[in-house]
Design a protein around this ligand. Structure first.
Ligand code: ATP
Length: 230
């Protein structure tokens, strides 16, 4: 579905991604990209979402060149990115935030919202509450729910456990596992253990380069991961 081929990416004249390649195919349920702070994980997502340009290489989504598409066209093709900042509208209600995520007709919007409510019953209970008044974990569920409202083929989650207590983090990962039965999830995480446990395919990104790639469980067993991250 998405093919990233030998891309170089910079901020001004500082290069942060080097010759980076990876892909997400139809068969993948969870693809994880793990690596330390500043490795370039969020930058990679921005490039795939059409929010940041690349200097060299190519990125194709469903056979089309991403550099020729606007960010909203990329969403409509099926790549939805839930950013680390969550970007909720705090003064709007939970329901209004979900509606903002939808790119569909009104009739199917209600149907999709029911699917999101089945996955996250708390959002249905709190649908008329202001988003800003929800807890951190609930806001993360809302951000994921809003991403699902666009009916993605690939849901990219940037650090979904950021700032959450361990118990809530576990809950979020359970939901991600459930979502991945229907939608391919691209998971960007510093919580290496959890992200690799779920992944059919995983990449370790360090200093802007992919240093190793394997199935999630195999990568968890690698000496490098054990020594540096666990
Ligand atoms: P984190 O988990 O901390 O977000 P990351 O792996 O997602 O880390 P990026 O945020 O993609 O890493 O950052 C990669 C590199 O690019 C870092 O060296 C960072 O300082 C730099 N960088 C990120 N955003 C900008 C920006 N807007 N301008 C200049 N440099 C940036």
């Amino acid at each position: 579905m998405i093919q990233v081929d030998e891309i170089d990416v910079s901020y001004g004249n500082i290069q942060v991604l080097w010759d980076l390649s990876f892909e997400i195919s139809e068969e993948d349920q969870v693809v994880s990209i793990v690596g330390p702070n500043g490795a370039g994980k969020s930058t990679l997502l921005s490039v795939m979402s059409g929010l940041h340009p690349f200097d060299d290489g190519s990125v194709t989504a469903w056979g089309e060149d991403v550099s020729e598409m606007t960010p909203s066209e990329i969403v409509q093709r099926g790549f939805v990115h839930v950013s680390e900042e969550r970007n909720l509208f705090g003064d709007m209600t939970v329901r209004e935030n979900l509606e903002m995520g939808a790119y569909t007709q009104r009739s199917s919007l209600e149907e999709t919202m029911q699917e999101v409510f089945e996955l996250f019953p708390i959002l249905e209970e709190r649908q008329n509450q202001r988003a800003a008044s929800m807890s951190g974990g609930q806001q993360q569920m809302l951000a994921i729910g809003r991403g699902l409202m666009a009916k993605p083929k690939i849901l990219a989650l940037d650090e979904p456990s950021e700032g959450l207590a361990p118990k809530i983090t576990n809950r979020v990962f359970e939901k991600i596992d459930e979502i991945s039965e229907e939608v391919t999830v691209l998971l960007i995480e510093q919580h290496v253990h959890k992200a690799l446990g779920l992944a059919d395919r995983a990449y370790l990104l360090e200093n802007g380069e992919i240093v190793t790639e394997d199935t999630g469980p195999a990568l968890l067993e690698s000496d490098h991961i054990k020594e540096a991250y666990l």
